[in-house]
Design a protein around this ligand. Sequence first.
Ligand code: SF4
Length: 429
Amino acid sequence: MDRYPRKKTRQIMVGWVPVGGGAPVTVQSMTTTKTADVDGTLAQIYALKAAGADIVRCTCNEKEAAEGLARIVPRSPVPIVADIHFHVEMALAAIEAGVHCLRLNPGNLRKPEEIKLVAQECKDRGIPVRIGVNAGSLDKRLYEKHGGVTPEALVESAMVELGLFGEVGFDDVKISVKASRVPLMVEAYRQLSELVDHPLHLGLTEAGPPPAGVIKGTAAIGTLLMEGIGDTVRYSLTTDPVEEAKAGRTLLESLGLRERKNVDLIACPSCGRAEIDVYRVAQEAQAALEAREIPLQVAVMGCVVNGPGEARSADLGIAAGKHRGHLFIRGEIVRVVPEGEMVEALVEEAERLVKEGFEARLAAADKGASAEAERDRMELFGDKGEDANASEARVELIRRRLDGGALAGPHGTGPDGTGPDGTAATGTS
Ligand code: SF4
């Protein structure tokens, strides 16, 4: 199902989840709770898993956090990565807590002997590491050498760390080179992927709140994924991390890199023809279908005139018209329902489609539905005509104004020679 062939990388195991080496691209996120708050953190981890996260990272910044990890890891539904910055002791404590992976920031944990100590310990215990370079905490020496934060500096930081790991014979590693500027981040990953075959963890750091954060993250991560680069992804959004997991999952599904896990709701943008409040119906349908984890593409269309045709490729859809909803499966009308029952009927049909399959549901179609729908459609054409937005009347009005109609005189003056505000026009000729 891969529409974008992946660059070949070696595979590592983060707990029971494979990363790289042809494994499905995974979604990651990070908890925002205090790791010492075991129940709160676990609740968030479960919410992240439900939203599509395959792997979750928790900070391990203090003794209480490490103790929390020891209690969280055995109860977590997904593998846990411990985020380590300044303290080697925290890395060693996280290992004792049984985490499935460490994230080390080369810019913050700098002493070679400490890095090698952690690498040796991870090697002995079979725990992989993410070398997590971040533009915001780039090693000062590299900053000076490269004259700032450049793709080359980010890549060199990762390669130096990889070299230290190599000194103890440890290479169970994935790598990230994150930055908050899209072109910088994309270029750094491109360069890195030319140099190593380690799995790459993609992320645009500090992307900010949605929607801008999601757009920037998608520009960066999506570009690389379409080039075959990247084995696991994380959106860094300034919001509930559940949104990060949803964004990651949606991106992968939309690129055909992961199977659809939940509904993909498409809806028309609405226009003058709309017979219902498309936004409200779409939101209600999204919430109801998402809660049931229905892995179908479902369309909500504002009118029956164009709706089923426009959404022909959707698995299932509904279009509104004449106070009724036309329910269709892959463009074929199967039922006509009262307007007030549209969402309910859509959800019921979606559940039956998942359970019984397309053939069975098409065979069970109401035989008269198609003719009934056609009648509604033709009546609507009659009521509204081809020009539902009255655009031709507007064009006529514009012509009348500009071509010497009631308001406009020649050269932008009014019919009496005054300017648009009624004052005397001061022509130059
Ligand atoms: S489906 Fe109907 S209401 Fe929706 S955008 Fe198309 S023409 Fe307009």
